[in-house]
Design a protein around this ligand. Structure first.
Ligand SMILES: Cc1ncc(COP(=O)(O)O)c(C=O)c1O
Length: 456
C-alpha cells in the first residue's frame, strides 16, 4: 500500500458501519470504474457485484451520464433556495409519466434517508392539515431498513442498528416481516402466509387505534430483512387495510426503484398504488446524490393552498441541478428498452444458476429475489432451515472469500446479495456466479477447519 494510504492516514476517515481498525489492516481504496468493473490503487480489478450499494444501476463511466453532469456543473452547480432550475423541472416532467397518473408531484432530495424522513413527515403534516392531528404513529417492519436519520431510523426495525442511539422518536410501531421462507404455519402457501401476516397487521392497527396511525412504510422487497419478497397478497392487503383506516401507505423503493427488479418500480409486480413512493440510490446511477418522494395527487393536494400549508421541512442540497441533470440522463438510460430487458434476462439466468449451486452447497438454504436483486440465504441445516449461529457469520465469510477473488458483494451474517449493474452481460454474470461458487466452497472449508479445531 502506498505511503499516502498508510494506517495513520487511513484512520483519519470513517466509513459507514465499518470498524476502521479492521479496515486499515486490509483496506480497499478504489480508484477507477468502467462498466461492471472497479480498480483499486494497486491496479487490482474487482467486479462490482453490488452496484456500489444498489446505486450504480447503469455501470461505471457511463458516457452520456458523465457528459450530462459535466455540462450541468459548468452551466450552474447550485441555485438560490427560492428558485428551481430547468433540470429539476425537466426531471419531474420526465419521471411522472413513467408512473400511473395518480402521482402528480415530486419532492427531490439528496439521499434515501432524507426521502423516507420527508415521507413520514409529509404523512403527519397531511393528516394535521386534514383535521386529523391525532394520527402520528408510523408502522413499519422489524427487519426493514429505512435510513439513518431520526424518523427513518425509528422506522428501521433492526435492534443492532437502533441500539446505540436509543431512545428513538416515539410513535413508531413494528410489524412482523412477511417471510415466506419461514411461514407462520408450516406448509402454508406463500399467498396464505401473506394473508396470515396481514391479519397480524390488521390486529396491530386495531390495538394501536386506527385513528392514531398516520402511515405504514414498507419496502416492496425487503433488502436487509434478507431480500424478503412478500407475496402479492400481503402487499394488496396492506393497501386495503390502510385505505380502509385512512392510513397513508408509503413504499420505500430506495433500492427497488429505477429498474432494479426488472421493471421501473417494484410496485408494478403487485399492482399496488401507495400514497407516497420514496426513491433514491439508482435514481442518478451514482453520478450525484439524488433521491425523491413521489406524491399521489391526494397527498399533494394537502400541500397546495394557503401560506403555511406548504411542506415544512427541507435540505440544502434538495433538488440540486447537477444531481437532477444526472437523474435526467440516468432516466434516459433506464428507459432504453434494452436496459430492463437485460436486467430481466440476465437476472433470470443468474437466479437459475444460483439455484443450481444448491446442488453443490448444502449451506445454501434459499435463493430469492427479482430482476438483478437476488438474495442467497445460508443455513446450517436445509431441512429445518436453521441458521448458522451469529458468531459463525457465514455470509461475511463468503463475502471475504469473494473479495479475495475479485468480486464485491453485499452480505450479512445469514445472507449474501447479488445486485450488479442492470447492464451486466450474461458473461459477466457467469463470472460473478463462478467466483461466488468458489467463495461459498472456501467458506464451507473454513467451517470444516473450525470444527476440526474443536470450535463449536
Ligand atoms: C430501503 C432503504 N431505504 C432507505 C435507505 C437510506 O438511504 P441512504 O443511505 O441514501 O440515506 C436505504 C439505504 O441503504 C435503504 O436500503
Amino acid at each position: 500500500m502506498r505511503e499516502r494510504f498508510s494506517v495513520d492516514v487511513m484512520r483519519q476517515t470513517m466509513l459507514d458501519f465499518v470498524q476502521m481498525r479492521d479496515f486499515v489492516g486490509d483496506p480497499l481504496v478504489v480508484e477507477r470504474g468502467e462498466g461492471v468493473r472497479l480498480w483499486d490503487i494497486e491496479g487490482r480489478s474487482y467486479i462490482d457485484g453490488l452496484s456500489g450499494i444498489f446505486v450504480v444501476n447503469f455501470g461505471h463511466g457511463r458516457r452520456e451520464i458523465v457528459d450530462a453532469v459535466t455540462a450541468q456543473v459548468a452551466r450552474l452547480a447550485f441555485a438560490p433556495q427560492m428558485a428551481t432550475t430547468t433540470p429539476e423541472i425537466d426531471l419531474a416532467e420526465k419521471l411522472l409519466p413513467i408512473l400511473p397518473s395518480e402521482y402528480t408531484q415530486v419532492k427531490f432530495h439528496s439521499g434515501g434517508s432524507e426521502a423516507t424522513e420527508a415521507a413520514i413527515k409529509m404523512a403527519r403534516q397531511f393528516h394535521r392539515q386534514n383535521g386529523q392531528a391525532s394520527r402520528f404513529k408510523v408502522l413499519s417492519h422489524y427487519r426493514g431498513y429505512h435510513g439513518a436519520t431520526g424518523h427513518a431510523l425509528a422506522a428501521t426495525g433492526w435492534p443492532h442498528l437502533r441500539a446505540a442511539f436509543e431512545p428513538l422518536a416515539p410513535g413508531f410501531v413494528h410489524l412482523h416481516t412477511p417471510d415466506i421462507y419461514r411461514p407462520l404455519v408450516a406448509g402454508a402457501t406463500p399467498e396464505e402466509t401473506g394473508l396470515a401476516y396481514a391479519r397480524l397487521v390488521a390486529e396491530t392497527i386495531a390495538l394501536e387505534g386506527p385513528g392514531t396511525v398516520a402511515a405504514l412504510i414498507t419496502e416492496p422487497i425487503m433488502m436487509s430483512a434478507g431480500v424478503v419478497v412478500p407475496p402479492d397478497s400481503y402487499l394488496r392487503e396492506l393497501r386495503r387495510l390502510t385505505a380502509e383506516h385512512g392510513i397513508l401507505l408509503i413504499f420505500d423503493e430506495i433500492i427497488t426503484g429505477f429498474g432494479r427488479t426488472g421493471v421501473p418500480f417494484a410496485r408494478e409486480h403487485s399492482g399496488v398504488l401507495p400514497d407516497l413512493i420514496c426513491v433514491g440510490k439508482g435514481m442518478s446511477g451514482g453520478y450525484a446524490p439524488l433521491s425523491a418522494v413521489v406524491l399521489s395527487e391526494r397527498v399533494a393536494r394537502a400541500f397546495w393552498g394557503e401560506p403555511g400549508t406548504q411542506f415544512q421541512a427541507g435540505h440544502t442540497f434538495a433538488g440540486n441541478p447537477v444531481a437532477c441533470a444526472a437523474g435526467l440522463a440516468a432516466l434516459d438510460v433506464l428507459m432504453q428498452p434494452e436496459t430492463l430487458i437485460n436486467c430481466r434476462d440476465v437476472g433470470a439466468h443468474a437466479m437459475g444458476r444460483l439455484r443450481s449451486l444448491m446442488d453443490r452447497h448444502p449451506c445454501i438454504g434459499d435463493v430469492r429475489g427479482r430482476g438483478m436483486f437476488l438474495g442467497v440465504e445460508f443455513v446450517s441445516d436445509r431441512a429445518t432451515r436453521t441458521r448458522f449461529p451469529d458468531e459463525v457469520a457465514f455470509g461475511i465469510r463468503v463475502q471475504a472469500e469473494a473479495r479475495r477473488r475479485g468480486l464485491l458483494l453485499r452480505a450479512s451474517g445469514f445472507m449474501l446479495v447479488v445486485g450488479p449493474p442492470l447492464t451486466t452481460t450474461r458473461a459477466e454474470m457467469d463470472e460473478i456466479i463462478d467466483i461466488l461458487d468458489q467463495a461459498v466452497g472456501a467458506a464451507e472449508a473454513s467451517l470444516h477447519e473450525r470444527a476440526l479445531a474443536g470450535v463449536p
